[in-house]
Structure formats: structure tokens, C-alpha cells
Write a protein that binds this ligand. Structure first.
Ligand SMILES: NC(=O)c1ccc[n+]([C@@H]2O[C@H](COP(=O)([O-])OP(=O)(O)OC[C@H]3O[C@@H](n4cnc5c(N)ncnc54)[C@H](OP(=O)(O)O)[C@@H]3O)[C@@H](O)[C@H]2O)c1
Length: 308
């Protein structure tokens, strides 16, 4: 049985990796994150506090558990934070990855690194793994710099890129487009959403299952993991409204130029996931199927689906 160590286990993807793993444990899972465990879901994984900005602690924890695979999800994930705090972004998104690359190479550990559609410029999405990155933002640049470190590693490596992930965190510590749109429309707030940015939105459970599959099978190289429906942000929000029978009249579609944001967003990203489908049978949920997963989890947590 392999030992898989996950970083950032308190985050959206990190929590879902623990949740999906618990359904059919095929490996020993060591979940690590900053501060205490916020997922707190039973006894199917070991939890260890790990701040990746503490290099000594990283070395100690890897030495303690001797994992076969590290799935590195932790990052400064907000593009605007990276634009405003580039030094923090680089320490976490590049320097911490450089240390993991070095330790994993030395110990023969398979490193699975999570990256982003923001490595592309959005001129010609949806993208395949073989397409040429050209980031527009500091965040995208930091993730691409880390990809280059990972792909030059002397040892087994995988880069998993993903797009606009949605889902429910057990502690509701973070929001995402689906939760924000649902909550805003339920509260009767008018919202403005961009209709010129296109994505292939990803159910967090699909991404988590793909990461575990890659780790357990030892698959290497670059994988694009996302949903398959190429839609604009505005279309996505409209489908959220329709799913929960909320008032679409509250939605105003606008071009990206209306918003002044610190980080530039790529217009048309999104992924073609044929490679993952061919290599390990990856088949993502359609959006409405994913929203049904979200609705079920919210009601299990006692959060009402007001109009459903
Ligand atoms: N979500 C998306 O739409 C999306 C899209 C494309 C790519 N990705 C990539 O997918 C990966 C997972 O994203 P996500 O949505 O799960 O992100 P997330 O919810 O923001 O989770 C990131 C996690 O990293 C942790 N972290 C930050 N600094 C840390 C440090 N110094 N030491 C240890 N942990 C630290 C955070 O801890 P705290 O909880 O304590 O803050 C958080 O739990 C990231 O690499 C991201 O770049 C995500």
C-alpha cells in the first residue's frame, strides 16, 4: 500500500482528496496543512500540521512519514493576492516547490504538482497539455515557474493543471463562484458577471479523484483535469440560477473591462481532457450533476437550499 502525503489539506482540493480517499481507501493518506485540521473527518487519514514556509519542518515531516507520493495542492491561490504581494506569492508558489522538488528527488518520491489554466494567455482555449503557456499574471507566472522546476526534476513527477474549481468545504472557510452566485441570488442581490471569460468549470470531487488515481497508478507527465463543458462565467452563473430556481433577472452580464482588478485574467482558457480520459478513464460530471453534488452536501451540512 502506497503512502500519499497531501499538502494544503484544509483547502478546497485538499479536503476533497481526504473525502474521496475515505470512500475507498487504497493507500495510507497523510493530510498536512497550516494550523489545525479543519476537515476533521474521522479516522481514514493521519493529520500533521505543516507550514510549507518552514523548510526544516517540511524535511522533518517527509522524513517521518516517508511517503511514496506527495500531492502538492497548497499555494497562494488568489491571483489578486499574488499581484499585491508578489514576494509572499513567490516564497510559497516557487521557493516552497523548489524545496519539495529537491527533497522528493533525493528520496525518490513521486511529486504531483497542482497548477492552473492561468499559465495560458487565454487567446486560444480550450487547451491541450501540449499547448504553449504564456501567463498574463504574477500568479500564472509563479505557477509556471514551479511547473518548470517540477518537470526538470530528477525523478517521477506529474503536473496536474485545473480550471475554476467549485465545491463545498466542510468548514465553509472559502467561497467559490457557485457558492457566491447561489448565496447572492438567494439574498436577492443584483450581481454583475463577466460574459467574455470562458472556462471548463471543475467539480472539486472530480479533480480530487483524478489526483488520487494519478498518485495510485504512478502516472507521470502533464495532465489537464477539468470539466468538459466550455462555457462563459455568465452562462455558468445562469445555470446555477436555473438549477436552484433563482431569479435570473438579478444577473447583469458585463465585459471584463468593467472590473478593475490587480491581476489580469485570461479570456478563453478551459481544457481538453482527452489525455486523462484515454490514460485512466477520466469522465467528469456535467455542470448540473456537479451542482446536485453541491446541493446534497449543503443539505447534509444543514444549510438550506432555499429555492430548490
Ligand atoms: N480553485 C481553483 O479554482 C483553482 C484553479 C486552478 C488551479 N488551482 C490550483 O489548485 C491547487 C488547489 O487549490 P484550492 O482551490 O484547493 O486552493 P485553496 O482552497 O486556496 O487551498 C490552498 C491551501 O493552501 C494552504 N496554504 C497556503 N499557504 C500555506 C503554507 N505556507 N503552508 C501550508 N499550507 C498553506 C491554505 O491554507 P489555509 O487554509 O490555512 O489558508 C489552503 O488550505 C492550488 O495549487 C491552485 O493553484 C485552483
Amino acid at each position: 500500500m502506497k503512502t500519499i502525503l497531501v499538502t494544503g489539506s484544509n483547502g478546497l482540493l485538499g479536503q476533497k482528496i481526504s473525502a474521496v480517499h475515505a470512500l475507498k481507501p487504497k493507500s495510507r493518506l497523510v493530510a498536512t496543512s497550516r494550523g489545525p485540521d479543519r476537515f476533521k473527518a474521522g479516522n481514514t487519514y493521519i493529520y500533521e500540521e505543516l507550514d510549507l514556509l518552514d523548510p526544516q519542518r517540511v524535511e522533518t515531516v517527509l522524513g517521518l512519514y516517508r511517503p511514496d507520493v506527495v500531492i502538492h495542492t497548497a499555494a497562494v491561490t488568489n491571483a489578486d493576492t499574488c499581484a499585491e504581494q508578489p514576494e509572499l506569492c513567490d516564497r510559497m508558489n516557487i521557493e516552497a516547490v523548489a524545496q519539495l522538488v529537491q527533497l522528493c528527488a533525493r528520496k525518490g518520491i513521486h511529486l504531483v504538482y497542482l497548477s492552473t489554466d492561468f499559465v495560458f494567455d487565454g487567446q486560444s482555449g480550450p487547451y491541450r497539455e501540449s499547448d504553449q503557456p504564456n501567463p498574463l499574471s504574477h500568479y500564472g507566472g509563479s505557477k509556471l515557474a514551479a511547473e518548470k522546476l517540477v518537470s526538470a526534476m530528477q525523478g517521477p513527477w506529474t503536473v496536474v493543471r485545473t480550471v475554476l474549481v467549485y465545491g463545498v468545504l466542510r468548514d465553509m472557510s472559502r467561497s467559490n463562484l457557485v457558492l457566491w452566485a447561489k448565496e447572492s441570488l438567494e439574498a436577492g442581490r443584483n450581481i454583475r458577471v463577466v460574459n467574455d471569460q470562458w472556462r471548463t468549470p471543475t467539480l472539486a470531487e472530480d479533480l480530487a479523484a483524478a489526483c488520487l488515481e494519478i498518485a495510485e497508478r504512478g502516472l507521470q507527465g502533464i495532465y489537464h483535469i477539468s470539466g468538459e463543458e466550455f462555457i462563459s462565467i455568465a452562462q455558468m452563473v445562469r445555470r446555477v440560477a436555473q438549477f436552484w430556481s433563482l431569479d435570473e433577472g438579478l444577473i447583469t452580464e458585463v465585459p471584463s473591462s468593467v472590473f478593475v482588478q490587480p491581476a489580469k485574467r485570461p479570456m478563453r482558457t478551459g481544457f481538453i481532457v482527452d489525455k486523462a480520459a484515454a490514460d485512466f478513464g477520466y469522465r467528469p460530471h456535467r455542470l448540473e450533476e456537479g451542482l446536485a453534488v453541491v446541493a446534497r452536501q449543503l443539505s447534509e451540512m444543514g444549510i438550506p437550499n432555499l429555492s430548490a
